[in-house]
Design a protein around this ligand. Structure first.
Ligand code: FAD
Length: 395
């Protein structure tokens, strides 16, 4: 049996991009249906990104999506770049007058799901999109399968693929499920969550001859840390003591506070930008359109920046019949996407040790890090990009 649903905007994916888009559209009186293949519990418990740019926080608060970000989240006024055993603080407010917030992605998702349910909006979980049809007509459609295998057809004025890096909507936009620009990296991150007090108040991005490590926090009692590992590493290869050794040797000069490790994961990463992000009345946003290595903390923030641009475009199209902003969406969004791609690639290449790196590579990398921390211009660029460029139409 097939169920037919009609809405103005059909959104595939209840990640940060899809949920925030539906929330902002609802504020303008534009109805949408959001579907996601996962359950609410999975969405609200998966550990992913943790750093929110200043503009992301302002948007979540101003739009009524979250006030917990200001109470549960922690404002961070800087990060430390560590190399040759010495830390160098990048002070965001004095450099660019902005800051970032440590507030995990699953907390953002809890807020957005709650806002959506409180608003009586249509959110369908356990529903998997199979394909998008009729992209170049006025009534594109999503063909999906419900939790019991039943077919669901959502006909809309506009379809948005916010369905992450394995997007099915991408085929309707680029003509293939992969169509895009790629860069692979010859290393990955081994991530842990542990029960321990913080080892530092702010994030430490450390380059050592053993490889990269990121010392990050979650709360007063839970910490998130990562170290550079091989792409084909596996999570069970290390005992708990070995994991602490691997982390500690990558942050010489800081003694890590150890505790029970209760989650391990390997994060393989790549840079990707879809060849196209718009086809007719179907747009791609967030990880469906691009992925970045996590070193610049840009993934979720970039997804949210896409939402801001697309919300304005859909408002003009659906409320005023003006499609100029929709036509301009690719160019507007891609300018920020490529800046974020560059920043994420730059932080990654500056801080990781590539397999087979020579002494020249090592010394050049130290020279590059010194050029940043010893220069107001260098530190300012890093602070500007890390805290986030202004969002379109917002200060
Ligand atoms: C494993 C992992 C770890 C990460 N860790 C970090 C990190 O430590 N730091 C950092 O800065 N960034 C990290 N990121 C990046 C960041 O989390 C993403 O950039 C962000 O989630 C993008 O949001 P999104 O809404 O575009 O996509 P997603 O959050 O991926 O949401 C997409 C949603 O679409 C749903 N979906 C997919 N296909 C279908 C379908 N066919 N039908 C229905 N629903 C579908 C998925 O279930 C998902 O809920 C990580 C990403 C991943 C994948």
């Amino acid at each position: 049996m097939t169920t037919h649903v009609r809405t103005r905007v059909a959104i595939i994916g209840a990640g940060p991009a899809g949920l925030l888009l539906s929330h902002l559209l609802a504020a303008d009186g534009i109805e949408s249906v959001v579907i996601d293949q996962r359950s609410r519990e999975e969405i609200e418990t998966t550990i992913r990104a943790g750093i929110l740019e200043q503009g992301t926080v302002d948007l979540l608060v101003d739009s009524g999506a979250s006030d917990r970000v200001l109470t549960v989240g922690n404002r961070h006024d800087g990060i430390e770049l560590r190399f040759e055993g010495e830390g160098h603080r990048i002070d965001f407010p004095s450099l660019v007058g902005r800051a970032v917030w440590l507030y995990p992605q699953h907390e953002v998702l809890k807020d957005l799901v709650a806002a959506r349910i409180a608003g009586g909006q249509d959110l369908r979980l356990g529903v998997t999109a199979e394909r998008v049809e009729d992209a170049t007509t006025d009534h594109p459609r999503v063909i999906a399968t419900g939790p019991d295998g039943e077919e669901l057809v959502i006909e809309a004025d506009f379809v948005v693929g916010a369905d992450g890096s394995r997007s099915v909507a991408r085929a309707a936009v680029t003509g293939s499920s992969t169509g895009g620009y790629f860069r692979e990296y010859p290393f990955a991150w081994f991530g842990i969550l542990c029960e321990a007090p913080p080892s530092s108040e702010e994030l430490i991005y450390s380059r050592s001859d053993e490889g990269f490590a990121l010392i990050s926090q979650r709360s007063a009692t839970v910490q998130r840390m990562y170290f550079q590992c091989d792409v084909d590493d596996n999570t069970e290869r290390y005992s708990e003591a070995q994991l602490w050794d691997e982390l500690q040797k990558r942050v010489p000069g800081t003694e890590l506070k150890q505790g029970t490790i209760f989650q391990r994961d390997i994060l393989r990463f790549r840079s990707f930008v879809a060849h196209k992000v718009l086809e007719g009345r179907v747009a791609l946003i967030g990880d469906a359109a691009h992925t970045v290595p996590p070193t610049g903390a840009k993934g979720m923030n970039l997804a949210i920046a896409d939402v801001v641009v697309l919300t304005a475009a859909l408002r003009a199209l659906l409320l005023e019949g003006d499609d100029r902003l929709v036509q301009a969406f690719p160019e507007t969004a891609l300018q920020r996407i490529w800046k974020a791609q560059h920043f994420s690639w730059w932080m990654t290449s500056m801080l990781h040790v590539a397999p087979g790196a020579s002494e020249f590579d090592r010394l050049r990398q130290i020279g590059e890090l010194r050029s940043v921390v010893e220069s107001e211009a260098g530190k300012t660029y890093l602070a500007e990009a890390y805290t986030g460029w202004p969002l379109a139409g917002r200060s």
